[in-house]
Structures are given as C-alpha cells and as structure tokens.
Design a protein around this ligand. Sequence first.
Ligand code: ADP
Length: 423
Amino acid sequence: MQRWQREINITIGLVTPALVTAYFVGHLSTLLLAITSFLLIRQTLAINEFEKWLNRGGFGDMRHQKGIWGDIYYHLWKLKKTEKKRKKKLSRMVEQFRSSTDALPDAAVVMNRYGEIEWSNRACHKVLGLKKSDKGQRVPNLIRNPAFVQFLRSSDYSQKITIPSPVNENLTLQISIVPYGEGLRLLLAQDITQLKSVERMRTDFVANVSHELRTPLTVLKGYLETLLEMDDGNSSYSRSFQNMAEQTERMHLLIDDLLLLARLETKQRNSECVNAPELLQQLCHDTRLPIKDAGRIQLSIASDCKVQGDEQELHSAFSNLVSNALKYSPADKPVNISWQQDQQGVYFEVEDFGEGIPGAEIPRITERFYRADVKRNHKIHGTGLGLAIVKHVLARHDAKLEIHSQVGKGSRFRCHFPASRIC
Ligand code: ADP
C-alpha cells in the first residue's frame, strides 16, 4: 500500500499545481494532457527497462527501484529464487532416480502410446540390446520376437510373458508391462534364467526318479499278479497279496501322472486340428470304463467346432475330469458331459451331482497332491495330480478352467477355449 501511496502522491503532486495554474490562466485540458503524457512516458520507460531486465534474465541481480516497480522487481526476484531452488531439488531427485534405476538389475523402458522409447535404464543394453540412442524408436522395431510383439499390441497386460533375450539366447526374460499416466507404458524385463534352470532341474529330477521307479514296480506288479493267480483266496496271505497289488497299482498310477506332468512341462507344443466332438464320443464309449459307470454318462454335443491343440493332452485332461465326476458322485447319479459354443469360444463341461467341494478348497484343488476333504477321499483312490494335469494342459491351449461347486449338490467343471483356438 505504501508503494501505491507514492504513485498516488506523484499524481496528486502534478495534478494539483496544474489545477491551480488552470484556475488562473486557463488551458486545463492542455495541462492535464501534458501531465497524462508525462505519466505515460514515465511508465513506458519503466516497462521498457523492466522488459530489458527480463530479457537479460536479470533475476540474478535484484533491482532497487522506488514505488510500485520496486515491488514488482522484488516479487519476481523472490519467485525466481524459489523456482531456482525447486529446480535444483527436482534435478537432484531426477539424478537420484536415474542412478537408482541404472543400478537395477532389471531392464526398464518407458514407452509412449505409439510404443516409442521415452526413457530406458542401463540394464536395457545388457538384456534387451537397447542403446541410449534408440530413444524415440518404436520398441517392436527393435525387439522383434513374435510373442513379444503380439503381447505389446494386446491391451491385456495382466499376464507376464517369457522370451529369450534378443542379445543372448541363453538368457530367459520375463516381460511385464504396466500402463500408467496418459497412454504411457512401463516395460520391465527380469532375467529369470537361474529360476528357469532350477525349475528344469526339478522337473528333470521328478521325471528321472519316476522313470527309474517304473521298471522295478512293473516287475513287482508282474510277480504279484502271478502270486494272485496262483492263490486260491483261502490262504493267510490272500489279503496281503490283494493289498500289495492295490498299492503297487496306486504307485503305478502316481508315477504315470508324474511322468505325464513332467512331459507337459518340457514337451514342445504339438498343434493339430482336434476333432473334439469325436474325441468326446470315444471317451464316453471307452471300453475301459467300469460297466457300472458306462450307463451314467450323458453326452450332449451342441457344437461341431474343432480346436487347435494336442489330441493326446486334451484326451487326458477331459478323461481326468470325467473320471473325477464318476468317482466323486454316487453310482446312481448321472454325469452330464457337453461340448458347446458361446460368444467367447467353445467349452467342454462336466457336471455331476455328487458331494461337491467346499468353496474354500476350490482354489487349491488344482495344486499338485492336494486332495480336498481327506477323510471322505480316503476311501476314494486318487493321486491328487489329476486336476494339476488338467490345469497344465489347458494352459498349453490358452484355455481356462472354471469350477462351480455346491456342497451336497454337485460340481461343474468347464474348460473354456478362446475363439482363436477354433479351427
Ligand atoms: P484325485 O486323484 O485325488 O482325484 P485330482 O487332482 O483329480 O486328484 O482332484 C483333486 C481333489 O479335488 C480331489 O481329491 C477331490 O477332493 C476334489 N475333486 C475333484 N473333482 C471333484 C468332483 N467332481 N467332485 C468333488 N470333488 C472333486
């Protein structure tokens, strides 16, 4: 206010003598015009000086002016000083962020909505082969792996993909993409080579042990069968032979399932157009089915769609679900099997009217060796690997397993294949 007072005082100091003079000699308008012109020129000169000061980037030196211009200079100088401090702090933060992301072992790339590189860290060079000079280039032009390009194009980034490193085939990378901001995407590539090799060692170990166990078990099974044939059923060993035969059979099934799982984890994917309706017909009329179960199956083929995949794997997944439905429901209840099409694709469904599965157990029953309601299951033989096999087979066919179950009413297992799999 004090500064404004000075400006007002100057104006009053000029206008008052002019009014007094005009009272005695006239020419009021000329005098007022002269005063206005003087004030205008004064302000124009001040603005000119201010503009020059700004042009010089003159914030460095503080201008000591009187009146309102002094205030303006002071405020601007203070603003600039705060801004300078903020900029310094910000650039320090950016520098810290840069050095921390450069120290990261995982590669990180920021892409804009067109897939062009906005920023990348140092690890990108080592694992993805991207250089600092690649900034502005489109990522799919630099990393040409088809699975990666397809993943980048899709808008569903809920899953991660695994690809070999474009610079070193021996490195396995797990890629994830996180969309953020306005059309920006953060690509993260993690080197999982070691994890993969441990996983491979585990699979190889299980496969080798299972394979090695199979031969002695077959010999044992053969001897037991001979003993059972020779036994008239009245000896004191009859029950023991029977038990031993049952247990060796169980072990045989367990080894078969373990070997199948190991194969699913390591085998190359085979892709042919599988006639699923025909496969289901065969499965339901399988002569190996117990006589008591054969009549319980009700098959409904509502679609003639075929699916792209591996026939043997699909057969084993479907038969696991059918045999579970037969196993875990009373012998006088039907088991409905259907093959149907919907908007998302095509699905195989098995419905039974058995005891069902408690809700809390549903997420766990596809885990290896997990058997729900152990007390009840004690009487029903199983390896606990059937649904793990189903899950693996479906994952290899881009299909999903949906499980609906109500205790006391029954269960419904649905294998949903996407439309892209129909052939
Ligand atoms: P298992 O060899 O024990 O049948 P699975 O992996 O096939 O192994 O199934 C895992 C568990 O899921 C089973 O032990 C059982 O408790 C439950 N389950 C699977 N299918 C059904 C079904 N149709 N009805 C009720 N429970 C089921």
